[in-house]
Design a protein around this ligand. Structure first.
Ligand SMILES: O=C(O)CCC(=O)C(=O)O
Ligand SMILES: [Fe+2]
Length: 249
């Protein structure tokens, strides 16, 4: 299988940073080949007729494209995920997050998993194939928000988040006030994010090209997972490298 990642370091210091902040960016990690193959695969997903209700091709992206399916068990991806979660992992979902020019972005939110059990981790691995500028489909985060393990964060604007959920909250390790951070990343960037981190996405500008992105999510088994979008047939499918990873528990 072709390499998807260039050389990188993710050791104890980087893991500690992820645990402290809630996300960790690996700028330009994707190989040129992976960037090209991902762009092709994500353009394929975008070209498929969509059912607006269930939004199947995007939500179940790996079930609609062989290249995306093949990455679920890619040794480099699994190695990175195990550096975060430890040995015992399960695949959770693969969602295409393409945002064409004019896309509205996403409101502020967090996600659930093991809300009352800190031993259970859930990590999203975002592949920002062509990167993004903060004001053009950019991901925003609140460093430290993940430590609250609050699956119910929701706000329609930065202001609403600041005056609502964030008001009076501090980073639980430093005592410093929480703050919104807008990210900008170069093409080929991979971002790891703990599931409880507050995040939102700024709108993609009218006239901008499509922001190509796909997320692969993995977790420690132990609880039901709301985001586990997968058809019955897909769970049974033999995917090279993903043996034993497809089941819920
Ligand atoms: O589109 C993005 O950059 C983030 C999408 C998102 O919030 C998610 O997949 O959980
Ligand atoms: Fe999200």
């Amino acid at each position: 299988m072709d390499d998807i990642f260039k050389r990188y370091t993710f050791g104890a210091a980087e893991k500690a940073e992820l645990d402290h902040v809630g996300h960790y960016a690996l700028p330009g990690l994707l190989t040129e080949n992976a960037q090209a193959r991902l762009t092709e695969a994500l353009a394929h997903i975008l070209s498929l007729p969509r059912d607006d209700e269930a939004y199947l091709p995007s939500r179940f992206a790996a079930e609609f494209n062989e290249y995306l399916e093949g990455l679920i068990g890619h040794p480099q991806l699994l190695q990175l995920v195990r550096k975060v979660l430890g040995e015992e992992i399960r695949y959770d979902h693969c969602v295409a997050l393409n945002r064409p020019g004019g896309n509205a972005g996403s409101h502020w939110h967090s996600h659930e998993y093991g809300n009352d059990n800190p031993a259970l981790g859930f990590v999203r691995v975002f592949f920002y194939v062509n990167g993004f500028a903060a004001d053009d489909g950019g991901l925003k985060v609140v460093p430290g928000s993940h430590l609250y393990r609050d699956a119910g964060i929701s706000a329609g604007s930065d202001r609403e988040l600041e005056e609502g959920w964030m008001a009076g909250k501090v980073h639980l390790k430093t005592g410093k006030e929480l703050q919104i951070e807008e990210l900008s990343v170069p093409k080929g960037t991979v971002i790891l994010m703990w599931t409880h981190a507050a995040h939102g996405v700024n709108a993609r500008k009218e006239g901008s090209d499509t922001r190509w992105c796909v997320v692969y999510a993995y977790r420690n088994p132990g609880e039901e997972s709301r985001a586990r979008w997968m058809s019955k047939g897909f769970e049974q499918k033999q995917i090279v490298g993903a043996e034993g990873l497809m089941s819920l528990y």
